[in-house]
Structures are given as C-alpha cells and as structure tokens.
Design a protein around this ligand. Sequence first.
Ligand code: ATP
Length: 443
Amino acid sequence: MAEVTMEKIVSLCKRRGFIYQSSEIYGGLNGAYDYGPLGVQLKNNIRDMWWKEMTQLHDGIVGLDASILMHSKVWEASGHISNFTDPMVDCKKCKSRFRADQIDLEAPCPVCGNKGTFTSPRNFNLMFETHIGADSDTASTIYLRPETAQGIYVDFKNVLQSSRVKIPFGIAQVGKSFRNEITTKSFIFRSCEFEQMEMQFFCAPGEDEKWFPYWREQRMAFYSKMGIRPDHLRWHQHGPDELAFYAKDAYDIQFLFPMGWQELEGVHSRTDYDLTQHQKFSGKDMSYLDPTTHEHFIPYVVETSAGLTRNVLMAISDAYEEQELEKDSRVVLHFHPLIAPITVAVFPLVKKDGLAEKASEIEHALREEFSTFYDQSGAIGRRYRRMDEIGTPYCVTIDYDTMKDNSVTLRFRDSMEQVRISITDLVKEIQGSIKNYRRGNDE
Ligand code: ATP
C-alpha cells in the first residue's frame, strides 16, 4: 500500500479546499491556517460529534463558552506565567530559533551549517501577550489563553450556583487557544492558533480513582465511534519526568500520524490543584458543600483535553488511501459518514431530457437530512472519483430509468458497490448505512 506522507496530505488539503496556509498571498504566516469549505465542515462535524458525546450522551455534563481574553491573574494562579515555557536557543549567525530539547546543541546549525553558533538555552514563554485598554499608561497586559481549561475552573462556582448540577459533574468547552510555538512544523499538528475540546470533571476527593479509568475508557471509545482504526491509536502513560508536579496520573492518547506516534488527547488526573490555586489568588471560596454530609471540600478534577484541529489532521491522515483498481487508481478518504464534509452527492447521468431538474429536485429533498452536493459536469466516473477524494460516502445517480420508475443508483464509496433503489427508500437506506458503517464495508 502506498505510504501516507504529510506532503500528500498537505497537497490534497490545499487542492480540494480543506486547509490553506494563512495569509498565503503575502507569503504565509507560520503556525496559522485557514479552513476552507470542506475543512470547516469536517472540523464542525468533529466538534459537534464531541459536543454531543460529552453533553448529550453523558450524565451531568454542561457546556460553557468562556472568553479568550481573561484577567491576567488567571495565568498567575494557573502557573502559566512562570512555568509555561520551552527552552530555546538562537543561532547567532543566521538568527534561526530552535527548541533546545529538539536539536543537538553540539552539532552544526541545521539551517546555516555553522558550528558553535548557538546561544545558551533560555526559557521562552509560550503565551501571546497583548494589551487591553486604549490609553497606553493605564492599559494592562493580558494574554491570549493558551488552553481553554482555565475558563472552566474560573467559572466553576458560577456554573455550580446557576445550573443545579451536583458533584460529580463536568463542564465541557470547545474553543480557540494560542501558543507562540517555537517549532510549528508538521502542518496543523502544532500551530500557534488552534482549537481545543476540553472537559473538566469535578468529583469528590478519592472518587477520582474511579473516574480517571472511566474517562480513559470513554475517550478511547469515542475515537472508534469516529471510525478511526484502533491499531492507529495507543496509550502513553506519563513517566515521572513528564508528569506535571500537581498531577496524580496522566495518560495521552497517541495517534500514528504520518510523522509517527504523537499525542492527540490528554486524560489527566489533576487533583484539587487548579481550584485551590484560584481560591488562593482570587480570595473567593471554591469549595463545594456536600448536600448529604454537609462537609465542604475542594473537588478533584479529571480532565480530558483534545485538540480539535489536531483531530482534523488525524481524521484526514487515517482516512487517506491510494488504491490501485483494475483499470485505474483512486485516492479515497474513508471518513466515517458522521464526519464527512458532504454526506450525499447527487448527479444526473446527463443534463438533458429533464434529468438535471429531477436530480436537483432529489438533492433538495435530501437537504433536510444530509449535507448534500449537486454535480452535473464531467463523466460520471470522474464525478465519483472527485467525491472519493473528499470522502463523500454516498453518491446518487439519476438516469433515464429514474424518469420511468422513480428508481436511482446509490453508490457506496468504500466498496464502490452500486444498488438500485426507489427514491422513497433513499433516506432510510442511507441512514441505515450510516448507523452500521464499518470502514471498507459501507453497504
Ligand atoms: P505538546 O507537549 O505537544 O506541546 P501539550 O502536552 O502541552 O502538547 P496539552 O497542553 O495537554 O498539550 O493540550 C491538550 C491538547 O491540545 C493536545 O493533546 C493537543 O491535541 C492540543 N494542542 C496542544 N498544543 C497544540 C498546538 N500548538 N497545536 C495544535 N494542537 C495543540
């Protein structure tokens, strides 16, 4: 099987409108990306699937959308101002900057080839700094949030008092985060602006022992629901040198990206560290009053923290396949139908004799249920290939028989099988196929 390389993914993403480099006409901006028509749909579908999974399918999880700009004390309390750093070195000759832990400091500079030109390592804070307020004398320094989690901790009491939740409960949030990453290679894997899907689960001290394995199991199960191949996912437990000083235990879900095994999501047992810190720095009580024992305690937290944009890269890399067929070859994205940007494409075999009008009518009728696409140009085989390459799981073709007996051809992406069915059965048939979808066996 042909190798899936990052070059192939990047090229497909640009060619078919999934992802572009930001500000490309000005030479591009490192670490920032734009999601095109198909990319934004894919990203929204993954986000919606996560949101439904967390808030609708689990008990006691409520949503939140906290602002990106927060009081700078938040980041003092969380430790980000003092600790959220990477060690970096500069080449004195060519001015290139590297993460000190990612290069050999004894070797020549990988950019200009000079030896002995690195500065000594310095800690570099990854938070983007900006100012709020128009008057330069009184404006204060604030930061673009480097994670969404702190918004959840800071609003813990608000949610508790306004939504009648009782421990154990969780707060879920999806949103942008920003990190001034020194190395932004590997496409959208590590960018300066990205999106996270985080859920903080608050429980009684000791109960974390139960919820930590529960959430690990749940989060891995989510990716199989999303259709990701299980042998491309694995667990990595943080060793003592990786574990944050406050964390009790931490596991990452890793995915086999084109450049190797890398973190996709973290599931962390964070104890009462975050709420305790915010209680200390804000002076506000962050405890929970147990309604049965009447005892106050600061809840323990189990966090699930996934990158949404990193999930997009995973979904595309996992779906990508180059297939040699009997007469030709094709590139196919085996997206699970629940996340595919377009679910059903509708084609008239030819434009004339009322076929185009009939196809358009059918496409309109399917819109209530599915994300659809209408295409009447080019040979039918070429139209199928275009849909394969963007991962559209179902194609419906209208031909002369349709005009006589209201039947259409339904074509499945993975198997390329075609069945003849009545228009009245189309929605049910596709819904059934989505429900039972298994990669390679989509009929
Ligand atoms: P790394 O060690 O790779 O820098 P991290 O361990 O600091 O990442 P977390 O702070 O745990 O990452 O963030 C949770 C999730 O957010 C990660 O698993 C990843 O999916 C996503 N994420 C973190 N940083 C970035 C980034 N720069 N670009 C894209 N996604 C990111």
